[in-house]
Design a protein around this ligand. Structure first.
Ligand SMILES: *[C@@H]1O[C@H](CO)[C@@H](O)[C@H](O)[C@H]1NC(C)=O
Ligand SMILES: *[C@@H]1O[C@H](CO)[C@@H](O)[C@H](O)[C@H]1NC(C)=O
Ligand SMILES: *[C@@H]1O[C@H](CO)[C@@H](O)[C@H](O)[C@H]1NC(C)=O
Ligand SMILES: *[C@@H]1O[C@H](CO)[C@@H](O)[C@H](O)[C@H]1NC(C)=O
Length: 898
C-alpha cells in the first residue's frame, strides 16, 4: 500500500546512519582571507561583537580577540546563499539577541529568497523568516550599512532596507514577520551598470542604512526619529521620519552628489556622522566625503579630511568613540596606491591627523606598525610584497564602545585592529594587528593529500594556496601562501603518484605562465615556462612519474606538457626552450574543451578523462585519448550518464579509477576500460568525491558529495561504495556542487572539505557500515584484494572493452537530476566575483611577477581589469584597460581603470 511504503521510506530516512563522531572544525589558514564588510558592537554590553562576511557567514567575537563562526548550520545545500550576510543588527536592550539579513545574490545565481535570521542566544541557535525578495550579501554595495536595525526603544520593531527597488521593510513582532513601509518611496535608483541587465552589476543597490536617533522622543513605544539612506545621487539619499516611520522626507541641505555608505549617531554630541563615496563599493570610489549633521540645529557640515588632488577616493569605514564625544576615525574606501589612508579627529572633524604622511616621496612617515602574528602568511604574501599594508575595501570600522583603545576594521583581505588606538593622540604611533583568528573565509578551489607527500595542499581563490606538510601543521596558520609565482587564485593542484613531492598547480592570472611546479611537496615553487602567458585556470592531472602535466584549461581546451629528457621535470635546472616541441604545452586534440581529467597514480603512462556522457582514456601518457566504449546506465533507473563531474584515480592502486556522474559513482578496476555503477543507486547525483585512508591503514574510504538517504550531503563508504553513511551531521558546507573533498592519505579516517567561503574543514572518524575486511556489508569480495591492498598492483592493461551493467535491483531512492546551472554559477561567481573581492584590482600582479620571480622578464600583454592600476610614475604594468573601462589619471602616481 502506498501509505505503508511511504512510512517505510520515512523510517528509512530517519534511520539513515549518521556518523556522530565526525566533528568538524577548520584547518587554520587563519586571518580571514576575504572581505569583512561589516562589524557591529553591542552598544551597552561590553564584549559583544559580530563580524559579517560576504560568502562565509557570521562570526562572534571572543574575549581573546578570536572569532567563532555561528551560521555554519545555515549553509545547507539548498540554502547555501544564507552564508551571504548583507547586514547584522543587535538589540540594544537584549545583548543576547542578534539579527542578520541573509542571501548571497539578487541575480538568478541564487535561486532562493533572502531571509532575516534571529537568535536569542548569540547565534547558538537561529530562527529564520523568509523575505518575499532576495538579499545580496555578495552583491555590490555590501559594505554599506547597516541596513538592518532594531529600535532602541522597542525590541519588537526592526527595519530592513532592501535592495533591488524593494524599499523599506518593518517588523513589529521582533522579526517574526515583515511588511513593506509603503510611505517610504525612494527605493534607490542607482544601478552600477544598467547595461548588465541580468548580471552582477545590473541590479539596484537600494537602501544603504537604517539609523535610529535614540536622542529623539519615544512615541507610542517607538523611537520617533529614524534616518534611512538610499543609493541615489540624483535626488536625495538621506531620508528622515519624525513620526516613528509613518511619514518620510529628505533631510534638508544634504549633500546629493555621492552615495551615503555609513551613518552613525553620536548621542552625546547629538550628531550624525556620514561617509560618502561616488560608488557603491566595495571595489570602487574615486571621490567622496565625510559629513556631520547636527541634530539640534539641523545643519550639515562638510568635514572631509582631504580635498583637491588628494581626494581621489571615497570614504567607507567610520568609527565613533562613544566614550569620547567628538573623537572618530574614518577610512578611505579604496586608495589603491600607495595605501589606504585613515584619519582621526578629536574635535568632531574640525581637524584630522592621517595615519601616514609623505616625508618627501618616496619616503613615508608611518604612525603605526603592523603585525600579522596570528596569520604570518598575510605579511609574507601581501604586506611585504605591496605598498598596500593598511588594506583596501575598508567599509567596516568600529571603536569598541566600552574601550577607546580597542578598534577593529575589515579589509578585502582580513580584519585588522588593535588595543592602543588612543596612542594616536599621544605618542602618535599605534600598533595594528591582524585580528581575524577564527575567521576562515577562503573559497577553496582544489585539494590534494599525497600518500608519502604533503598532508594537505589547498588551492584557493584570492590567496593562491597553502601547503600543510604534516597533519600536525593543520592548526597552525601557514608562514606563507604559495609564492614565486603568486597569483590571485590557484584553481587546482595535483601531485605525482610515484613521486609525491612533485606537485603542480595552475593559476588564474594571465600575463605570465600559469603553471608552477614544486619538487618539495609544495613548499617552494617555480613557474613552468612551458605554459604560455595567456592560458589559465582549469584543472590538472600529473602523471605518476611527473613527466607529463595534463591541463584542462579554463580558456584553451586540454593542453599537455611532456618531457622525456628528464623523468623529473625540475624547472630550476631545465628550462625548455620555446621552440622545442617538448618545451611547451600543446593541445590534446582528442579531448573536448572542459574535459574532466585524472592521472593514474601508479602507472606512469595512463590518463583518464570524461566529458558529458563520454569516457576516455590514454595509454600513451596523455598524448592521445580514445573513447571508452561503455554506456553506463543506472542499474536501478536505467538513467544514462549525461554529466561526468569528477574523476579520481585510486591513490595507490594502478588501474583503479572512479567517476562521479548524474547516476552516482562508477568504478573501473581495469585501467578505465570497463565501468560499473557502485552502490546500486544508494548515492546519486554525486559531485566531487575522494579516497582517504581508512581504518587499519590499509583500506581506503570513499567520501562523496551527493544525494543519499539524508539528501544532498557528504557521505562516506568503507566498503567500496556499497553502503554510505552521512558524515556531515549538523555541519553546513554550502552547496554540495561547490565543495571540494579529499581524504587524508596518511591519517586514518580523516577527511577535508573545501568550502566556497568557509575555508577548509576537517574531521576524523570511523566510517560505520559494511567492512569488507570483516566480511560485513553486502560487498562482493571479488576484487577486495586489489581494492584493499595499499601496494601497487601491476596487472596488465586489458584492451578489450565490454559493457558492464549491474543487474541487481533494490528499493529505489528517487532523486532528480540536479540542475547544473546552480553549480556552475555558484562556483563561477566565487572564482570571479568573490575572487576580485580580496585582490580586486590585482594592481600589483604584474609587478609582482617581474620582481619576485627569476623568470625571463616578459612584457605583460594583459589589460588591467576594472579598478586596476593602469599607469602612474614608474608603473610597469598594463597601461590599457579591459573594455569598456578607460585608464584615468587620479594623480601622478596612480592611474586607474574606470
Ligand atoms: C551618480 O554616480 C555614478 C557613479 O559614480 C555616476 O556615474 C553618475 O554620473 C552620478 N550621477 C550624478 C547625477 O552625479
Ligand atoms: C612607529 O613605530 C614603528 C615601530 O616601532 C616604527 O617603525 C615607526 O618608525 C614609528 N613611526 C614614527 C613616525 O616614528
Ligand atoms: C602501464 O600501462 C602500460 C601501457 O598500457 C602497460 O604497458 C604497463 O604494463 C603498465 N604498467 C604497469 C606497471 O602496470
Ligand atoms: C623611477 O624609477 C627610476 C629608476 O628606477 C628612479 O631613478 C626614479 O627615482 C623613480 N622615480 C620615482 C618618482 O620614484
Amino acid at each position: 500500500m502506498k501509505v505503508s511504503s511511504l512510512v517505510h521510506l520515512l523510517v528509512a530516512a530517519v534511520a539513515a546512519p549518521a556518523a556522530a563522531e565526525f566533528s568538524w572544525k577548520n584547518v587554520n589558514i587563519g586571518g580571514g582571507g576575504g572581505f569583512v564588510p561589516g562589524i557591529v558592537f553591542h552598544p551597552t554590553t561590553p564584549g559583544v561583537a559580530y563580524a559579517r562576511t560576504d560568502i562565509g557567514g557570521l562570526y562572534r567575537l571572543n574575549p581573546d580577540d578570536s572569532w567563532t563562526p555561528i551560521t555554519d548550520s545555515l549553509g545547507t545545500d539548498e540554502r547555501w546563499g544564507h552564508w551571504g550576510i548583507d547586514a547584522v543588527a543587535l538589540d540594544p536592550q537584549e545583548p543576547n539577541r542578534v539579527y542578520a539579513a541573509v542571501g548571497m545574490y539578487t541575480t538568478n545565481w541564487d535561486p532562493n529568497p533572502g531571509a532575516i535570521i534571529r537568535s536569542d542566544d548569540k547565534g547558538a541557535t537561529w530562527v529564520s523568516t523568509d523575505l518575499p525578495f532576495k538579499v545580496g550579501g555578495n552583491m555590490p554595495g555590501r559594505g554599506m550599512g547597516e541596513r538592518l536595525a532594531v529600535d532602541p526603544a522597542n525590541s519588537n520593531i526592526i527595519y530592513f532596507g532592501a535592495r533591488s527597488g524593494n524599499g523599506l521593510w518593518k517588523s513589529t513582532d521582533g522579526g517574526a514577520t515583515f511588511s513593506k513601509v509603503t510611505s517610504f518611496t525612494n527605493a534607490g535608483s542607482y544601478i552600477v551598470d544598467p547595461s548588465d541587465l541580468y548580471g552582477y552589476n545590473g541590479d539596484k543597490i537600494g537602501l544603504t542604512f537604517v539609523t535610529f536617533d535614540s536622542t529623539s522622543s519615544v512615541r507610542n513605544g517607538a523611537t520617533s526619529r529614524i534616518f534611512v539612506g538610499t543609493a541615489d545621487n540624483i535626488t536625495a539619499s538621506v531620508y528622515v521620519s519624525d513620526d516613528a516611520g509613518a511619514t518620510w522626507a529628505p533631510v534638508a541641505g544634504q549633500p546629493t552628489k555621492y552615495f551615503p555608505h555609513k551613518c552613525k549617531l553620536q548621542p552625546t554630541e547629538k550628531a550624525l556622522y556620514f561617509t560618502y563615496s561616488d560608488g557603491a563599493g566595495p571595489y570602487d570610489g574615486t571621490s567622496g566625503g565625510v559629513y556631520r549633521y547636527d541634530l539640534t540645529t539641523s545643519t550639515w557640515k562638510d568635514i572631509t579630511p582631504v580635498s583637491g588632488g588628494d581626494l581621489f577616493y571615497g570614504f567607507g569605514g567610520l568609527g565613533l568613540d562613544m566614550k569620547k564625544p567628538g573623537t572618530l576615525v574614518v577610512a578611505s574606501l579604496n586608495s589603491w596606491w600607495p595605501d589606504a589612508q585613515l584619519f582621526r579627529s578629536t574635535d568632531s572633524g574640525e581637524t584630522w591627523s592621517p595615519l601616514w604622511e609623505w616625508a618627501g616621496y618616496p619616503d613615508m612617515n608611518l604612525y603605526y606598525s603592523i603585525h600579522t602574528d596570528k596569520a604570518p602568511w598575510i605579511n609574507t604574501g601581501f604586506l611585504s610584497q605591496d605598498s598596500k599594508r593598511l588594506g583596501w575595501m575598508i567599509e567596516a570600522l568600529e571603536i569598541n564602545p566600552h574601550d577607546s583603545d580597542h578598534w577593529l576594521y575589515g579589509t578585502g583581505l582580513t580584519l585588522f585592529g588593535g588595543h592602543d588606538l588612543t596612542k594616536w593622540d599621544t605618542t602618535r604611533n599605534i600598533t595594528i594587528h591582524s585580528l581575524a583568528a577564527g575567521i576562515e573565509e577562503m573559497a577553496v578551489l582544489g585539494l590534494a593529500s599525497a600518500p608519502g607527500g604533503s598532508e594537505l595542499l589547498a588551492a584557493v581563490g584570492d590567496n593562491n594556496g597553502f601547503t600543510f606538510k604534516e597533519a600536525a601543521d593543520l592548526l597552525t596558520s601557514p608562514q606563507t601562501p604559495w609564492m614565486n609565482p603568486m597569483w590571485t587564485s590557484a584553481t587546482d593542484v595535483d601531485y605525482a603518484g610515484n613521486k609525491p613531492n612533485q606537485v603542480v598547480r595552475v593559476g588564474n592570472s594571465p600575463g605570465s605562465p600559469q603553471i608552477a611546479i614544486s619538487t618539495d611537496g609544495g613548499l617552494t615553487w617555480s613557474p613552468h615556462y612551458g605554459a604560455s602567458n595567456t592560458d589559465h585556470s582549469g584543472t590538472l592531472a600529473y602523471s605518476a612519474d611527473a613527466s607529463t602535466v595534463l591541463w584542462s584549461s579554463g580558456n584553451a581546451g586540454v593542453l599537455r606538457f611532456h618531457t622525456s629528457t628528464a623523468t623529473t621535470y625540475n624547472p630550476g635546472s631545465v628550462v625548455p626552450s620555446a621552440d622545442s616541441a617538448e618545451g611547451v604545452f600543446t593541445p590534446v586534440d582528442s579531448l573536448p574543451s572542459g574535459a574532466v581529467i585524472a592521472a593514474d597514480k601508479r602507472n606512469n603512462s595512463i590518463f583518464y578523462a570524461g566529458f558529458e556522457g563520454t569516457l576516455y582514456r590514454s595509454l600513451d601518457g596523455g598524448a592521445t585519448f580514445l573513447t571508452v566504449a561503455v554506456d553506463p546506465r543506472s542499474s536501478t533507473t536505467s538513467m544514462t550518464v549525461v554529466a561526468i563531474k569528477d574523476m579520481v584515480a585510486h591513490p595507490v592502486v594502478a588501474g583503479e579509477v572512479w567517476v562521479s556522474t548524474n547516476i552516482g559513482l562508477l568504478r573501473s578496476t581495469d585501467y578505465g576500460l570497463n565501468y560499473a555503477q557502485v552502490g546500486e543507486g544508494s548515492i546519486t547525483n554525486t559531485e566531487q568525491f575522494a579516497f582517504g585512508l581508512g581504518e587499519g591503514g590499509s583500506k581506503w574510504n570513499i567520501y562523496a558529495f551527493g544525494y543519499g538517504l539524508n539528501g544532498p550531503r557528504l557521505y562516506a563508504s568503507s566498503d567500496n561504495g556499497e553502503s554510505w553513511v552521512d558524515i556531515q551531521g549538523l555541519q553546513g558546507f554550502g552547496a554540495i556542487s561547490a565543495n571540494r573533498v579529499v581524504g587524508s592519505a596518511s591519517v586514518e579516517g580523516q577527511v577535508y572539505v573545501g568550502t566556497n567561503g568557509r575555508g577548509v574543514m576537517f574531521a576524523k572518524g570511523v566510517v560505520e557500515g559494511g567492512d569488507p575486511g570483516n566480511g560485513g556489508g553486502e560487498d562482493s569480495d571479488d576484487d577486495e584484494e586489489e581494492w584493499c591492498d595499499a601496494t601497487t598492483t601491476t596487472s596488465a592493461v586489458p584492451t578489450t572493452s565490454s559493457v558492464v551493467i549491474p543487474t541487481t535491483t533494490s528499493t529505489t531512492l528517487v532523486t532528480s537530476v540536479r540542475p547544473t546551472t546552480v553549480s556552475t554559477s555558484s562556483r563561477v561567481t566565487t572564482a570571479s566575483t568573490s575572487s576580485t573581492s580580496t585582490r580586486s584590482s590585482t594592481t600589483s600582479t604584474s609587478t609582482r611577477f617581474t620582481t619576485t620571480s627569476s623568470a625571463p622578464i616578459t612584457q605583460p600583454t594583459e589589460r588591467a581589469k576594472r579598478w586596476g592600476q593602469c599607469g602612474g610614475i614608474n608603473w610597469t604594468g598594463p597601461k590599457e584597460c579591459e573594455a569598456p573601462w578607460t585608464c584615468q589619471k587620479l594623480n601622478d602616481w596612480y592611474f586607474q581603470c574606470l
